[in-house]
Design a protein around this ligand. Structure first.
Ligand SMILES: Cc1cc2nc3c(=O)[nH]c(=O)nc-3n(C[C@H](O)[C@H](O)[C@H](O)COP(=O)(O)OP(=O)(O)OC[C@H]3O[C@@H](n4cnc5c(N)ncnc54)[C@H](O)[C@@H]3O)c2cc1C
Ligand code: SF4
Ligand code: SF4
Length: 419
């Protein structure tokens, strides 16, 4: 096992977070699917175990960029920061192994007609979950990604405007004349280099201020997303990508549409699906409740294309198979139910462990022994074995632990019997 360097001694760290408060380096917030920022020293997510901090070495000034910093080490009262930590190879002599390495989300940008990555307000279901979360980057408000980008642009342009205004004000005070006078002088033929440069800067400030005002007007008119489209089977049940059903995405779309409506009763959701697979106790009733109480409409039709209008609204083109019509509809935001695919390291891990994979790349099991891999003593549970929801993953995890215990205890009994 490779135990990655955390650069924080986990026995000393109390999880107080004062290091992250003081760390001057922002980094992309990977847990929030890249929406928003965290610090270079961070906790992967609030409920993570152990509840200790980690330095993201490539983002850190000291570890990744070779600059001087160490603010976290100075701040940490528990003296837990350890810049000298290295990755360690740990050997464990095990009687049984459980593979529980989960899944990855299919990358929808390989389906160009859905515009993911190109159309800002087309997001994956995982990104939408983070937007919906009260502890997420928008505190649960359905701010559209296009407006989040605009907000960032306003912030950056505002900073530039403040900097340039201060510089120009200084010039005006020092030289005792206004920028308008300088611009007029240059227009009248003055070719003195500092004056020309001053006029250029003053003009560019005026342009930036106008752009900032336009952006602010646009932002003031923006509202949170009210009209949502959910597109099912993105990369699943599709012969171009994965033939299998990802099993949990129908229900997570209904759940997300229900939560969005709980946040704001004006939210209306259209769920586009071939069929909605509500397989599980009470799932069908949950789906119906969504339709009756949470403004959810189920549309039988496979979406062909998503385009974008001038207001950055996604436009969904689809065939309504019940009405036998090709239609298009404008939405505030589109959520893609991207397939469940084997996690990136599964093939390598299977090779190391000497277990076989099935035709879809998940760990192969025997239909009569669903937790046993092709190698005795190695078990698998959850999405490493194939797409499944949390209750099923948890039930499998308990069973796999029991199988592992049985294998170890059985071996001990055999050893004692032969001794
Ligand atoms: C958007 C979305 C919403 C969902 N909502 C619901 C819901 O509401 N209800 C529900 O029941 N299900 C939901 N699901 C499904 C749910 O996410 C899965 O059922 C569940 O996460 C499967 O658990 P797991 O432990 O098998 O895999 P994972 O949750 O993927 O956990 C695997 C862990 O193993 C780690 N790992 C991988 N490789 C290695 C390695 N080599 N070494 C060490 N660690 C490794 C990973 O980092 C990860 O932490 C949702 C899924 C999505 C995409
Ligand atoms: S050394 Fe500086 S940049 Fe790196 S984690 Fe500590 S405070 Fe942040
Ligand atoms: S669970 Fe629903 S959305 Fe997901 S692949 Fe199966 S049918 Fe498609």
């Amino acid at each position: 096992m490779r135990k990655k360097a955390r650069y924080v001694n986990e026995d000393l760290c109390t999880g107080c977070g004062s290091c992250a408060e003081k760390c001057p380096t922002p980094a992309v917030d990977t847990f929030n699917t890249g929406i928003g920022q965290r610090k270079a020293i961070y906790k992967y997510f609030a409920q993570g175990i152990p509840s200790v901090f980690t330095i993201d070495a490539p983002s850190c000034r000291q570890l990744g960029q070779g600059k001087k910093c160490g603010v976290c080490a100075k701040t940490c009262q528990a003296k837990a920061i350890d810049f000298e930590q290295k990755d360690r190879m740990v050997e464990i002599e095990a009687g049984a192994i459980v593979m529980a390495t989960g899944y990855d989300v299919f990358d929808p940008s390989v389906i160009p007609e859905y515009g993911y990555g190109r159309i800002k307000n087309v997001v994956t279901a995982l990104e939408f979950e983070r937007l919906l979360s009260a502890s997420g980057p928008t505190a649960g408000h359905l701010d559209r990604p296009s407006e989040l980008t605009l907000e960032k642009e306003i912030e950056e342009t505002g900073k530039e405007v403040r900097k340039l205004s201060a510089r120009i004000k200084q010039l005006e005070e020092k030289q005792g004349k206004t920028s308008d006078e300088v611009i007029s002088q240059v227009k009248a033929g003055a070719s003195d280099e500092p004056l020309v440069e001053w006029a250029k800067q003053a003009e560019s400030l005026a342009e930036m201020q106008a752009a900032l005002a336009a952006m602010n007007r646009k932002m003031a008119a923006a509202t949170t997303a009210k009209k949502l489209a959910f597109i099912q089977c993105v990369g699943s049940r599709d012969f171009r990508f994965n033939r299998y059903c990802s099993s949990y995405c129908c229900m997570h779309s209904v759940k997300e549409a229900m939560i969005a409506n709980e946040h704001d009763r004006e939210v209306h959701s259209s769920i586009f699906c071939m069929d909605l697979r509500a397989v599980g106790r009470g799932f069908e009733e949950y789906k119906l409740r969504g339709g009756q109480q949470a403004n959810i409409e189920y549309i039988r039709g496979r979406v062909a294309e998503i385009t974008e209008d001038e207001a950055k609204n996604p436009v969904v083109w689809f065939e309504s198979t019940t009405e036998r019509h090709v239609k298009s509809e404008v939405f505030d935001m589109v959520v893609l139910a991207a397939a469940c695919v084997p996690s990136a390291g599964t093939a390598r891990l299977a090779q190391l462990a000497g277990v076989e994979l099935d035709t879809n790349g998940f760990v192969k099991t025997d239909p009569l022994m669903p937790l046993a891999t092709t190698r005795p003593g190695i078990f698998v549970c959850g999405c490493a074995q194939g797409p499944m929801d949390i209750p099923e993953s948890v039930a499998q995890a308990s069973s796999a632990a029991a199988c592992a215990a049985e294998a170890v205890i059985g071996a001990q009994i055999t050893l004692k019997a032969t001794a």
